[in-house]
Design a protein around this ligand. Structure first.
Ligand code: ZN
Length: 188
């Protein structure tokens, strides 16, 4: 099932999401819906709060970006109850976008390396280090689980300059090829 995407300004995107346990009802279906929604909306990653579920899961498939970043070709994963235990390396600037903030891209500084532990869709535990573009996507999606969106990572000045655009987006003044839920609209 393809879910609508919750848009910037909706309070669920600011919540710290909850961990789940192994027998969370409908977990497999939810993971496959996250992938399906992500592919439909043409994102590289999608976190459960973005479909209105305040739980700690996100999915990533870097394949669409593999032409520019060959390392992403087989980077397809589900992360359940993830914990970033270490961020290291240089702070690297990179342009980021977010399905919850349609048509806005900004340069965001993030660490080049992360160490993260998580359960996968088969409830296997992993403790891994990622770098570069992978570390970038992971940190962006992980932020969603803590109620953090990329504008929160910008300088106060940059954020102030974007305020008008962000307000417009939260009011639905954007074009997107996927269905959305605006702030004030109910999540079904
Ligand atoms: Zn995002």
């Amino acid at each position: 099932m393809i879910y609508p995407i919750v848009v910037y300004g909706h309070p669920i995107l600011k919540k710290v999401a909850e961990e789940i346990d192994k027998d969370f009802p409908g977990l497999n279906q939810l993971i496959s819906d996250l992938f399906e929604t992500m592919y439909f909306s043409e994102g590289l990653g999608l976190a459960a709060p973005q479909i209105g579920k305040s739980i700690r899961i996100f999915v990533i498939d870097g394949k669409p970006a593999a032409e520019d970043e060959p390392s992403l070709a087989d980077f397809k994963k589900a992360f359940i109850n993830p914990h970033i235990t270490e961020r290291s390396g240089e702070l690297v600037p990179m342009n980021e976008g977010c399905l919850s903030i349609p048509n806005l891209r900004e340069e965001v500084l993030r660490e080049s390396h992360v160490r993260i532990n998580y359960y996968d869709e088969n409830w296997q535990f992993h403790d891994e280090v990622f770098e570069g573009y992978k570390a970038r996507i992971i940190q962006h999606e992980y932020d969603h689980l803590d109620g953090i969106l990329f504008p929160d990572r910008l300088t106060p000045l940059r954020r102030r300059l974007l305020k008008g655009k962000l307000t417009a987006i939260s009011k639905g003044n954007f074009e997107a090829d996927y269905r959305t839920i605006l702030p004030g609209q109910k999540i079904k």
